[in-house]
Design a protein around this ligand. Structure first.
Ligand code: NDP
Length: 232
């Protein structure tokens, strides 16, 4: 059975992705930064008959990430899904309000951590059948789509994630690895809030469909929830 490694699997989109891939029979390496508090994820793992395992990973923690990579050395990973992300405080993202410390924390989580995850787990992906790396981006990271300004912190982090996704797509092509940046839609999670356009279930159905359809020819694409390409 294929294997998914997903970060931020304890709630929101990550939890539903873990649940749905497990339902499809995949082995799911579900990572989160506080396994002891991940009640729903632990329930999912307990009911999965061994398909879902829970692993400690704060994506911004180098020691934890490297320890996990050592633990899974030699194990094929069909999809590495860099899902974990933070928005930062929306109240300090307008022009004149931005502060460096919080901004750096968002960049560490949303850009640097997924890049280091790709570095540390590319060998696992390369030895799998499907060879896919999915980076959870956002249309808010599209420069072309930015007509309303503001949101400097979150926008810049996802724009940078898009750029590292493209570099990785180029660099990993010779290993047959497909790297895509995905927009999940505006989703009703803790981050998306109650007014989002999509339920978690609707978003995950579309994300899974898009990932099922990707081939090496799609590497380096920024894919909208309907499967179309988002301009950078
Ligand atoms: P949630 O806020 O519901 O969940 C975020 C997840 O990321 C949580 O599991 C959280 O863990 C985890 N996380 C945050 N920081 C870290 C870290 N340092 N190490 C490990 N895990 C971490 O958000 P969503 O489910 O909505 O978002 C998932 C992804 O989708 C994000 O990358 C987000 O930017 C992106 N996205 C979401 C949209 C939406 O409308 N919801 C729109 C566009 C993109 P913990 O519980 O420990 O905090």
């Amino acid at each position: 059975m294929p294997t998914l490694l997903i970060t931020g699997a304890n709630r929101g989109l990550g939890l539903e992705l873990a649940r749905r891939y497990a339902t499809d029979g995949w082995d799911v390496l579900a990572c989160c930064r506080s396994p002891e508090n991940a009640r729903e994820l632990n329930q999912l793992a307990a009911a999965s008959g061994g398909k879902v395992s829970v692993h400690l990973l704060d994506v911004a923690n180098n020691t934890q990430r490297q320890s996990l990579a050592a633990q899974f050395k030699g194990r094929p990973i069909d999809i590495l899904f860099n899902n974990a992300g933070i928005s930062g405080n929306w109240g300090t993202q307008s022009f004149g309000q931005c502060q460096s410390d919080e901004w750096l924390e968002v960049l560490r989580t949303n850009v640097i951590a997924p890049t280091l995850m790709m570095q540390d787990f590319a060998a696992n992906v390369a030895m799998s059948d499907r060879k896919i790396i999915a980076n959870m981006s956002s249309k808010m990271g599209s420069i072309a789509d930015n007509t309303s300004g503001s949101s400097y912190v979150y926008r810049s982090s996802k724009a940078a994630l898009n750029m590292v996704s493209m570099s990785a797509a180029r660099d990993l092509a010779r290993q047959g690895i497909t790297v895509v940046a995905l927009h999940p839609g505006w989703v009703r999670t803790d981050m998306g809030g109650p007014n989002g356009e999509l339920s978690v279930e609707e978003s995950v159905t579309a994300l899974k469909r898009n990932l099922t359809n990707v081939t090496v020819a799609d590497s380096g694409r920024f894919i909208d929830i309907d499967g179309s390409t988002i301009p950078w």
